[in-house]
Write a protein that binds this ligand. Structure first.
Ligand SMILES: Nc1ncnc2c1ncn2[C@@H]1O[C@H](COP(=O)(O)OP(=O)(O)OP(=O)(O)O)[C@@H](O)[C@H]1O
Length: 313
């Protein structure tokens, strides 16, 4: 369990984190989204016990991160931004050092190290100094040290940053597998990641929570939610057919690929009627899709101001 209560951080007059309150239950993966400089890393550092809050509080597994700092840090695995580590050590030496620093019991030490090596596919670079590793491998070493002591809580600051698509997929699978018995916060700029791993997402900007919802709830705020998009050989005829469907509010055609999107009037469903209208006029359609909503558009709308900016936290 992770719980923050009006958690805040100031640097002089500058407010980096402005009274953030949220709770994450075991078994949940919370996605932390927000533009550059929103306060994501600062919040994660405070929860991980690496930075003292200037106001409010945070608890992990019931331990206050300031008043019970040691107990709190014991139950947390933390992957910092950029994953700094001791570059002159080789990977195995570094993981052994972490096992000792984390006081992993002697009878579990080798098993935990081997398990982390296996989960992050580090076998091929075990003897290599960390400084000489590629960015992706450095990130994986950072993840290995975060999970080495099998913590109940994981704070992962952009865990897939710098990874290639295959590695991204592997790390997401790993997070999903670990989610069953852990409480996890993941910050990311990759919106598809929210779908792949998060049960819930918090969007923050200028140090404040602007939205706290499931990925599906966020998508439902998109103007594309329940829109119907299609590609047709005769764009003009397709547009004409769609314009006659009573519940279609507007129609847009993508200038680049000619894709047509029909937007419903508020609260209306148009898929069946659109399909029928196209068939009635024998319009040849290459694909026809019901849109769930677009997270990138919701993210922009929420963080840059606009219709969807109301906070739900
Ligand atoms: N030590 C510091 N002194 C002064 N300002 C700081 C310090 N550390 C962070 N900040 C500022 O606090 C704000 C929040 O930074 P933070 O790193 O938490 O953002 P972020 O959401 O993680 O951004 P990004 O997505 O770019 O990683 C930024 O404006 C940053 O410049």
């Amino acid at each position: 369990m992770i719980e923050t209560q009006a958690l805040g951080k100031r640097y002089g007059d500058f407010v980096a984190v402005d009274g953030i309150t949220f709770k994450v239950e075991p078994g949940q993966v919370l996605g932390f989204l927000g533009p550059n400089g929103a306060g994501k890393s600062t919040t994660m550092k405070m929860i991980a016990g690496f930075l003292a809050p200037t106001s409010g509080s945070a608890r992990v597994c019931g331990f206050d991160v300031e008043e019970q700092s040691l107990e709190a840090r014991r139950v947390v695995g933390y992957l910092p931004e950029g994953a700094p580590s001791y570059g002159e050590m080789d990977v195995r030496q570094f993981l052994e050092f972490i096992a000792d620093a984390r006081e992993v019991p002697a009878n579990l030490r080798n098993k935990r190290i081997d398990d982390a090596i296996d989960r992050l596919n580090l076998e091929s670079v075990l003897q290599q100094p960390i400084d000489t590793l590629s960015k992706g491998f450095k990130r994986r070493v950072g993840l290995a040290q975060a999970i080495l002591h099998d913590p109940k809580v994981l704070i992962l600051d952009e865990p897939t940053d710098g990874l290639d698509p295959n590695q991204k997929h592997e790390v997401r699978t790993l997070i999903n597998a670990m989610a069953r018995d852990k409480t996890i916060i993941v910050s990311t700029h990759v919106l598809e990641e929210v779908h792949a791993v998060c049960h819930r997402a918090i969007i923050i900007a200028r140090g404040r929570v602007l939205a706290d919802a499931t990925p599906a709830e966020l998508e439902s705020r998109s103007r594309y939610h329940q829109a119907v998009s299609l590609t047709a050989t005769d764009v003009k005829a397709a547009k004409e057919a769609l314009s006659r469907v009573p519940d279609v509010a507007s129609i847009e055609v993508d200038a680049q690929d000619g894709r047509i999107t029909a937007f419903p009037k508020p609260g209306r469903q148009i898929f069946v009627a659109v399909n029928a209208a196209l068939q009635e006029r024998s319009i040849v359609v290459r694909e026809l899709a019901l849109e769930g909503g677009r997270l990138d558009e919701v993210f922009r709308s929420i963080t840059q101001g606009g219709a969807a900016t109301e906070a739900r936290a």
